[in-house]
Write a protein that binds this ligand. Structure first.
Ligand code: GDP
Length: 364
């Protein structure tokens, strides 16, 4: 998962680490030179390499030559590693450029990439970093904190929402064909059943041949009621009936499928607006696939403009090497990610938690 993302971040991490090392060594040398100068004429209180040299001179050369050389080397090394390094903006210009490129190449949307870069810069500039500390860790920490901020915005607890909402909770799923919308409805049905809710499915994709049969298979597998119309062409009417059924039979949640559509298809976008007007969903969920990267984010933005969505489900995260859509989609729409699809089976649905995603984006 997200292998290319991790690969691309390596360049940035190495660039910062190298910069810290170089600066630390240069500053250690400078400090040593100054200390050496200041201590000239004060042989008793020598420290550092000067002291080591003085010490070396006192030790019988024949017996201890090798030992003393080693102790001098390790001492000089430890002085370098105790040096504190303060990174300034200039030091970070190249590494941060590298980071921005890595994020953009991973399909992170430009404004989101800029936010992350600014946040990493804030974390690193002006802070004293003991170069003795693991430089990789310092960079990792800065990245982690920047990504966490981005992923934590628009947080929404779907479990709490469903628990508190009046029943039946009406959830309508919209999106483009083939992205995993119907599979996600089935996964959510299973997720809710596992939590003790009764579920009704609505066969609201009245456009694509075979769509009703497809959701029917899921309904049978999951043993949940499916409301469909024989030869019905009006999805709003099907979903409306499913809601009436749920009310009459005291079911908790209605999950409604709709036809896949592109934002450019005016008729189908108008049909979607009609569904929203008639059904008044509690949640309108946009489904798209993580592997579509920037395209998924752009589609989410356009759907959200047409009919304000309440959140997204990103499918096929298991097959996504880049991570950009998962990082960007919530920032661009201003709406939360509710679930991530992580496979083709019913249990392959993960409730969105920034920590979970962060672990997969940055973890080994
Ligand atoms: P729809 O046209 O949007 O309703 O898409 P479908 O639900 O029919 O799914 C299209 C394909 O994507 C199917 O082969 C699904 O098994 C697959 N799919 C859906 N979600 C995921 C997911 O999270 N991971 C993977 N790897 N495949 C998925």
């Amino acid at each position: 998962m997200f292998n290319r993302f991790k690969e691309r971040l390596k360049g940035f991490k190495e660039a910062v680490s190298t910069k810290i090392q170089e600066k630390g060594e240069a500053e250690a040398k400078k400090a040593e030179a100054e200390r050496g100068k200041a201590e000239e004429g004060k042989p008793q209180s020598k420290t550092g390499p000067a002291a080591a040299e003085a010490l070396e001179a006192k030790i019988p050369a024949e017996d201890n030559a090798t030992k003393t050389k080693q102790s001098f080397k390790s001492r000089a090394k430890s002085l370098i590693f105790e040096q504190e390094v303060v990174l300034d903006e200039k030091d970070l210009t190249d590494p941060l450029w590298e980071l921005e490129m890595a994020l953009l190449e991973s399909d992170v949307a430009l404004p989101v990439a800029e936010t992350i870069v600014a946040s990493v810069k804030d974390e690193l500039v002006g802070r004293k970093k003991k170069i003795r500390a693991d430089t990789g860790e310092i960079v990792e920490e800065a990245l982690r904190s920047a990504l966490f901020k981005v992923l934590s915005e628009n947080r929404f607890d779907v479990d709490e929402f469903i628990a508190k909402a009046d029943k039946p909770v009406k959830i309508v799923f919209v999106g483009v064909n083939g992205t995993g919308k119907t599979t996600s409805i089935a996964k959510v049905a299973r997720y809710l059943k596992d939590r003790g809710y009764s579920v009704v499915l609505a066969a609201g994709d009245t456009f694509r041949a075979g769509a009703v049969e497809q959701i029917e298979v899921h309904a049978k597998n999951l043993e949940v009621k499916l409301v469909k119309h024989k030869d019905g062409k009006d999805p709003a009417a099907v979903i409306f009936d499913a809601v009436e059924y749920a009310k009459a039979h005291h079911r908790d949640v209605v999950l409604a499928d709709t036809a896949g559509r592109l934002h450019t298809n005016v008729n189908l976008m108008d049909q979607m607006k009609k569904i929203v007007r008639v059904v008044k969903p509690d949640l309108l969920i946009f489904v798209d696939e993580a592997i579509a990267g920037n395209d998924a984010v752009e589609r989410a933005r356009l759907f959200n403009e047409a009919v304000p969505i309440d959140g997204t489900i990103l499918t096929k995260t298991d097959a996504d090497a880049k991570g950009g859509a998962a990082i960007s989609i919530s920032q661009i729409t201003g709406k939360p990610v509710l679930f991530l699809g992580v496979g083709q089976d019913y249990p392959d649905l993960v409730k969105f938690e920034p920590e979970w995603l962060l672990e997969r984006l940055l973890g080994s």
